[in-house]
Design a protein around this ligand. Sequence first.
Ligand code: NAD
Length: 477
Amino acid sequence: MSLGALYQQQQFGSYIDGAFLIHKSQPLLSLVSPVTQKPWKELSLASTALTNQAIQAAHTALPIWKSVPAPQRGKILRQIGNLLIENKTIFAECMAMEMGKPIQEGAKEIDYSAGYFFWFAGEAERLYGKIVPASIPEKQLMVIHEPVGVCGIITPWNFPLAMGARKISAALAAGCTIVAKPSPECPITMCLFAQVCQEALLPKGVFNMVMGPEKEIGQAILSAPEVRKISFTGSCDVGRYLYKESAPTLKKLTLELGGQAPLIVFDDADLNKAISGTLTAKFRNNGQTCIAANRALIQKSIYPAYIAGLKAAVEKLVVGSPLEAKTEISNILHPLSTARVKEHVRDAINKGAEVILQGKKPYHPTLLTHITQKMRIFHEETFGPVLGITVFDSDEEGFALANDCEYGLAAYAFTSNLKRSRDCMQRLEYGIIGINDGLPSTPQASFGGLKNSGFGREGGPSAIQEYLVEKYISIAF
Ligand code: NAD
């Protein structure tokens, strides 16, 4: 079946051992599109038994997939990347219908996702071991790498494909097999991805996907000894829960959790770059990104020009239906984001914030100034199109404000000064730092956080290690 034909189907179910499973004897769950507010697709939900079936399929496929020569695995990964790009418009429309992402952003998400498959196709070919110098001539020592095993991959709704793609590409390159659990809100994109895997001739059982109740599926994945690794992207609370519950089976973990990015504009910054960087860092995906800037820290002398320029630029953003090509800001905001936007704006205004720009609806971009450390927006991830802005005097004060945060995912700084740039690299306590760059994430560089933003890296040369184990070999002659 073509991807287009699959997308037109009404009923969807889990993908296990190379087949979509729809249990017509059980009631199907109606999935309502936030765009139309009408039932859109019907879902056949997985139980514990079906999740265990997926784990067993992945376990059975593991020796087959890990023995496929790495360059051959790389070829299949490249084919997955090519098919994603070929089917970009279908994926973009699906994501718009599932979670309200503008189709122009959805298309970029597909390019970004395909980029991870291309990058890790190359990494598969570079899975080198090590020869270790022995202290006596009668020994040969070496280290080899092997796939960690079956991986449980759990992803959020805000990037229905990309958050999975960053993990799946690395896991497949390493020779691991997968049981993926997409967000209950966005399972259709992952079904389309499963079809892409089939078309790319990925052997059956290597990629499996279960959709259904998160606690039940989560528990089956957590308790299975065959699952050796969990890679999770989502909220800190769920991340902590998975960390704790993985202890009995000592699984390896990658946790990509929340953020609360500061964006510093120093007085020597190129104002145009700072403003366009702010638009990207804040308003991409309507502020619903883990690396979204939530607090703009502006040095005093550049503050009036920055505010005037930013306000004018934000007013030009096209707000509308996610299905329209020209839409930059979707008129669909996740209900949890809507609630947090309202609460953070209310809290900030009550505590003295000044409104520079505010639309009629929570999805309209909002700019608040006079933000202080007493306000929730300073410390909590809003995950919506609101930017809190504050002024600082000395660089010292700017860095102190930026680092006053329990999270450590991303930070942005705008400056034309080399020394300040180096200070930013050294002093900002964040895993990703964009200097004059509002969009630093790319497949060939590592993505991941410090502090409460979690641990582990996705993308870049070190990320494949997350899906490998080392074996040390000593041969005595
Ligand atoms: P969430 O934590 O509510 O859900 C994420 C996933 O975990 C979903 O698939 C959900 O069904 C699953 N889940 C929830 N409870 C579970 C349980 N008991 N067992 C197993 N799985 C369970 O997060 P969300 O609301 O979908 O996403 C938003 C959050 O994700 C934000 O905090 C955002 O910052 C974060 N995020 C982080 C990154 C990153 O790379 N660091 C990227 C995107 C989003």
